[in-house]
Design a protein around this ligand. Structure first.
Ligand code: 7PJ
Length: 294
């Protein structure tokens, strides 16, 4: 008889993520709704209160089936420069407070700043989403102190320069895996438990369209880390470039990408258009579950 310890078991993926007061069930794919609170993301022109509008948008996304609301006060679009700390705090904290107190929402904070992480955590945020993977001074410590799950994402360079001439010395999927492996180790060394990490290939962050397409197609091996994968491609320029569509006409392309991400192992999909994506993801999941007795 074969030694039952001879075959290494695949690392079990954490199916439940503890997010402060919330428990996030990742035994099936979930949708994260994007809530940008940068001044240019509101249509009000001063007529409505921007804070009320943000709360209303979050409420709509939750009603459409979003499991997480990702609040971002810093534009990380290609070419964008960082906003001053106080401005970021002023933008995001009132929104965190209202989404937590009025909607009991699971809020994630799209930030690279330790101060923002700390303040948001103390107001009830449940997750940290840092496109710079806690590489800014103080971020590792603040994230560890918060005890919240952290999404670590691959990015080559900084938003200011990342799209100028992205170049890799190795296949993109290997570069991303190597980067994530290093970040996981740094997070663990700082006291963040491995089971509290979510991994993101970072579509559009220092990548040409060919890089993005290849990375999505070859994303499955990233599940070997045994951690949940998050994919964010909603409205991104990879869709614009392939389909020649302006940003407001990228939903069908985005649904195709969300479907493929789930098929290749993503458990969180970060999008602007929550309702249609929830349907696309749930339909995809139904097919993937076929025959598994789940
Ligand atoms: C991402 C993000 C992403 C994660 C942005 C945009 C740019 N966070 N924040 N993954 N993208 N984790 O939404 O177009 O892909 S901002």
């Amino acid at each position: 008889m074969q030694d039952r310890y001879a075959m290494p078991m695949p690392m079990p993926m954490p199916m439940q993520l503890r997010c402060g007061r919330h428990q996030l069930d990742l035994s099936y794919p979930r949708v994260m709704g994007i809530l940008n609170v940068t001044p240019d993301s509101f249509s009000d022109g001063g007529r409505h209160n921007a804070l009320d509008e943000a709360v209303y948008r979050a409420e709509t996304m939750l009603a459409e089936g979003a499991a997480i609301i990702d609040i971002g006060g810093e534009s990380t679009r290609p070419g964008a420069s960082p906003v001053p700390l106080q401005e970021e705090l002023d933008r995001v904290l009132p929104v965190v407070e209202r989404l937590v107190s009025e909607l009991d929402a699971l809020v994630s904070l799209d930030t690279s700043r330790g101060e923002v992480m700390r303040e948001a955590a103390s107001r009830g945020a449940g997750m940290i989403n840092d496109v710079r993977s806690l590489r800014w001074p103080g971020a590792l410590e603040a994230a560890a102190m918060s005890g919240l799950p952290v999404c670590v994402m691959h990015m080559l360079g900084e938003p200011t320069d990342m799209q100028l001439a992205p170049h890799y010395e190795m296949p993109i999927e290997e570069a991303v895996a190597a980067f994530l492996e290093t970040r996981i180790a740094e997070c663990e060394a700082a006291g963040i438990r491995r089971e509290q990490l979510v991994l993101d290939p970072g579509f559009g962050f220092g990548k040409r369209v060919e890089h993005n397409l290849r990375l999505l197609n070859r994303m499955q091996p990233l599940t070997d880390f045994g951690l949940p994968l998050l994919a964010g491609m909603s409205r991104k320029s990879m869709i614009g470039k392939v389909l020649a569509r302006p940003v407001e006409e990228r939903l069908p392309g985005g649904l195709a990408l969300a479907t493929m991400a789930v098929e290749r192992g993503a458990r969180i999909v970060r999008v602007h258009d929550v309702g249609p994506t929830v349907d696309a993801v749930n339909m995809t999941w139904a097919v993937l579950q076929e025959g598994t007795d789940a």
